[in-house]
Ligand binder design. Structure first.
Ligand code: URA
Length: 278
């Protein structure tokens, strides 16, 4: 029989939990993220039956490298679904129904968070993944970091000229960084969004976004501030991408704001440069 709970320690535990809840701690985590795909505990459910695809399905994205879990089934499912979306609203609905990404059932996410902004924006902003505020409100970058991002985009003359999304569409528990496997599974939806919005350039916000989108290993401090060509998995889409610092990092390190500002100016300089005839 388990020992009877000591009322004093129970009271202590309750008040500690209440204190953590007040401070915004709403998930219990281990020190290391558990990769449920690799652990074999997550099996993507079969794809829901939908009308036949009307757009091209790109080949399965190769697995990132040795030791990576095999997510090809979930990726193929995401590709087939994404290809069916003819509009951004349809894409949002397909993402909301998708159960192939483990994040959608890990408990931290209450809803899928897809995108906000101008559907024909010349710039697509791609962040890492939704946090608690985004999960509550169902839109990306609406918390403190998002407010800073909006102020910076506004100061650079980009208000109303951006479409904002993330590499994953569900809040990772404890706001941890999304794993490469989770990002790979969600990538077909990101690529379909690029096809539908048809931006002229990408702004990749934060290291987890830049590394995943560009398939690069370097940290954001060495990637940021220079144009790097982004290519879709099937090679059919290519766009210039500007990696920059994440606004959550800038909130902690305000001295770095000038570097992010320089990145935005480099981006707007190209955006507003008159198009040269070919
Ligand atoms: N950080 C991100 O990368 N994306 C969001 O939507 C919010 C915070």
């Amino acid at each position: 029989m388990p020992p009877a709970a000591d009322p004093a320690s129970r009271l202590y535990a309750e008040s500690l939990l209440a204190f953590w809840a007040e401070a915004g701690v709403d998930a219990m985590l281990l020190d290391e993220a558990v990769d449920r795909i690799e652990a074999g505990k997550f099996v993507p459910p079969p794809a829901p039956t939908r009308p036949a695809p009307t757009a091209t399905v790109s080949p399965i994205r190769p697995i990132a490298g040795a030791g990576q879990p095999d997510v090809s089934g979930a990726v193929a499912q995401a590709q087939a679904l994404a290809a069916q979306a003819e509009t951004l609203d349809q894409l949002a609905a397909l993402i909301a129904d998708f159960e192939g990404c483990p994040l959608s059932s890990e408990g931290a996410a209450t809803q899928a968070v897809f995108a906000r902004g101008a559907p024909d924006a010349p710039v697509m902003v791609i962040g890492e993944g939704p946090g608690a505020d985004e999960d509550r409100q169902g839109a990306p970058f609406v918390g403190r970091a998002g407010q800073l991002l909006d102020r910076m985009l506004g100061a650079a003359g980009l208000t109303g000229r951006v479409f904002i999304t993330n590499t994953v569409f569900w809040r990772p528990p404890g706001n941890r960084t999304p794993t490469p496997a989770e990002q790979t599974i969600c990538a077909p939806f990101v690529e379909r969004a690029v096809q539908l919005v048809k931006p002229r350039m990408l702004l990749l916000v934060g290291g987890a976004s830049a590394k995943s989108m560009l398939k690069r290993d370097e940290g954001i401090l060495s990637l940021r501030g220079r144009w790097i060509e982004w290519r879709s998995a099937d090679g059919s889409l290519e766009l210039p991408a500007m990696p920059t610092l994440h606004p959550a990092f800038l909130l902690r390190q305000p001295a770095a704001k000038k570097r992010a500002w320089a990145d935005l100016l480099t981006l707007t300089e190209r955006l507003d440069r008159p198009e040269r005839p070919e």
